[in-house]
Design a protein. Structure first.
Length: 420
């Protein structure tokens, strides 16, 4: 396993290129199942999760090649309709193959995802949506087994706004007979890009970008190409790094329109932020102010940025409350931040943060993707040396983060070894 060794206190300056969005790619890749042909997804990030999804799709008979951030998928030879446990346990997003497999082949056998570092993450909304569209769905020995001679359009109303369930419902409905209405659909940019991609494949979808999607089923779709949107969580993570470490950094290939909540909170905390059509520049505040945040569905402050915000607030002036209204127990990073000298209490789904003058380097353990990001950020400003262990979590969702941070002036290096 690898670890990062960081010597804190360096000022960050310069520009950093933002990669394609992990959570868009993980939806676009399974969407190609819906048509037989060759698709090219450009601006695809080189991430462990993309490798994991590629391995899963290859077991189904899809030929996949990644060259220079363009993923080419050939879906003409699909001959297996299963997502085995050994793949799904590595990545929950594997469940995205359920909808397209049932829609195009009338069958799917997908392992139930395990929990993750911060607790259970049910898939009931995915299953209910596929059932509503006419599939027979049973749970057999930890697998979702779905069958359908064909799918019929239906009205689907999600009690809870769910990114994944919206994605699966959309991908299942585009080949169903008749009209499907999806109410309380997620409007995250990654879902809007999925809907746009399905339209490019020949699907008929109205209401893109709204939480009411109307789908007219068609008989078949054709392969299409796409350019993945920038990763708004990677962008947000680098903006927080800019606010933390002084100096001025510019994100290139970023979409400010996907970052409105993050930008507003960073300005409240004292940062100066400006943007063009594809860049965002942040000037660190002279004095970092404490600002409360409640993570909620888009366009609210993203839950995937909650841990990074807590690292920022750990050294802000005053006290703040960081609440997560999506996941009630996504606070595994807190005990590790405490080891760096932060002053934080967690109660229910909120972290109560009292800013301290400085953090002190220590060995800390990554537990999940975004928790790892918050530990890296804390290490950048902690006095002395911080070692962040088990950075494979980070490699799931950040492309070459240590190279990008080093290019901005950070003193961070990856050390490969077995014992940590
Ligand atoms: C997506 O996960 C993202 N992953 C997550 O990002 C992100 O944290 C999450 O959306 C929320 O924004 C991908 O897009 C691959 P949900 P997803 O279904 O689709 C509950 C990262 O760090 N729920 O929107 O799994 C669920 O428990 C990852 O990049 C049900 O109850 O999230 C949660 O409380 C982590 N039943 C809420 O809905 C269901 O069937 C939102 O989850 C499905 C979800």
């Amino acid at each position: 396993m690898d670890k990062f060794v960081i010597n804190g206190g360096r000022t960050l300056n310069g520009s950093v290129a933002i990669s394609g969005a992990k959570n868009a790619t993980l939806a676009l890749m399974p969407a190609t199942i819906l048509a037989g042909g060759i698709s090219r997804l450009s601006n695809t990030p080189a991430l462990r999760d993309v490798t994991t999804m590629s391995a899963l799709l290859r077991t189904m008979g899809i030929d996949i090649e990644m060259r220079e951030h363009t993923l080419t998928l050939d879906t003409r030879g699909i001959d297996k309709f299963e997502a085995p446990y050994e793949h799904v346990k590595k990545m929950r997003a594997s469940i995205y193959v359920l909808g397209p497999l049932v829609a195009r082949f009338g069958q799917a056998k997908v392992s139930l995802p395990g929990g993750c570092a911060w607790g259970p993450r049910p898939v009931n909304l995915h299953i209910e949506a596929i059932r509503k569209l006419g599939a027979e769905v049973d749970l057999q020995e930890g697998y979702i087994v779905a069958r359908a001679s064909h799918l019929e359009g239906a009205r689907i109303h999600f009690d809870v706004s769910s990114v994944g369930a919206t994605g699966n419902a959309l991908m299942a409905s585009v080949l169903a007979r008749g009209t499907t209405v999806i109410d309380n659909a997620a409007i995250e940019p990654e879902i809007t890009q999925l809907a746009e991609y399905l339209v490019a494949m020949g699907a008929r979808i109205a209401g893109l970008g709204t939480n009411r999607l109307e789908v007219e089923g068609v008989r078949e779709l054709h392969a299409a190409d796409a350019t993945t949107i920038p990763d708004r969580i990677e962008a947000g993570t680098f903006l927080v790094a800019g606010a933390l470490c002084g100096g001025t950094i510019t994100l290139t290939g970023a979409q400010a329109g996907h970052l409105t909540a993050i930008i507003a909170k960073l300005e409240d905390a004292g940062s100066e932020i400006s943007a063009t059509s594809d860049t965002v520049t942040i000037k660190a505040p002279r004095k970092l102010r404490s600002v409360d945040v409640t993570a909620s569905i888009y366009p609210g402050f993203p839950t995937d940025m909650q841990a990074q915000w807590t690292a920022l607030m750990a050294v802000a002036e005053g006290a703040s409350v960081v609440t997560d209204s999506i996941y009630f127990d996504r606070f595994k990073h807190i005990p590790e931040l405490l080891r760096l000298g932060a002053d934080i209490d967690v109660k229910d789904n909120a972290a109560f943060v009292r800013g301290v003058r400085s953090l002190t380097g220590a060995k800390v353990m990554s537990t999940d993707l975004r928790a790892s990001a918050s530990l890296i950020l804390a290490g950048l400003i902690a006095r002395g040396t911080t070692e962040v262990l088990r950075v494979y979590h980070l490699d799931r969702g950040y492309e070459s983060i240590e190279k990008k941070l080093r290019a901005l002036g950070a003193d961070i290096k990856r050390v490969t070894g077995e014992e940590f």
